[in-house]
Design a protein around this ligand. Structure first.
Ligand code: GRF
Length: 202
């Protein structure tokens, strides 16, 4: 299976996926890593691992629809079976999302449905919740609301700051996202009545 990963910055989740795919010999290849920002740090890691990279700068396009159309053309040039959003910081049009229905995953740094949107760690601290975490979900038109594939929880500790809490969550993300993507490439995920069913048999 061909996987295309979209990033906007650091790319540590992309890195975790690239390493897992290689170390665990997934029946899949990372066909390309694509960024909307030329300065995304993750592009260098991908290139140094022999993965094709591309930049589609959103600032070159007057409208979201034009950017999404250009991005879709570049993505589809790699014939992806799965599109992985890994810190890709753009809201996508419904047309784009529909085109990849059932074959686009995102990781969101909260225990959805709690704290959709931005600044999730600050939101969690402000709310005083005892637990926080991350969610992998299929992407649908409504932001951070698609069918959930997997979650990982961490405790919120009394002295936590955004930095300490986000680091604790990120460590879990690097386990969670590769596990969920591996299920996809091994055909273990089905969506039934809007809910994801995982076939976790050996
Ligand atoms: C992660 O926390 C992810 O959950 C969120 O954006 C962050 C991206 O980090 N969507 P990285 O670029 O993968 O290091």
């Amino acid at each position: 299976k061909n996987i295309v990963i979209l990033i906007s910055g650091r790319g540590s989740n992309m890195e975790a996926v690239v390493r897992a795919a290689r170390d665990q010999q997934w029946p899949a290849r990372i066909a390309a890593v694509i960024s909307n920002r030329a300065d995304a740090a993750g592009l260098a890691f991908a290139a140094s691992h022999g993965i094709a990279t591309a930049v589609v700068p959103n600032k070159d396009y007057a409208t979201r629809a034009e950017f999404d159309a250009a991005l879709r053309t570049v993505i589809d040039g790699y014939a992806p079976d799965l599109v992985v959003l890994a810190g890709f910081m753009r809201i996508l049009t419904p047309e784009f999302v529909d085109h990849y229905a059932g074959r686009m995953l995102n990781i969101h740094p909260s225990l959805l449905p709690a704290f959709p949107g931005l600044a999730t760690h600050a939101q969690a601290l402000a709310a005083g919740v005892p637990e926080h975490g991350a969610t992998v979900h299929f992407v649908t038109a409504e932001l951070d609301h698609g069918p959930m594939v997997a979650q990982a929880a961490v405790p919120v500790l009394p002295d936590d700051t955004v930095d300490t809490l986000s680091a604790r969550v990120l460590k879990q993300e690097h386990e969670l996202y590769p596990r969920a993507i591996r299920w996809f490439v091994e055909d273990r995920l089905t969506i039934e009545a809007g809910k994801v069913v995982v076939d976790d048999s050996p």
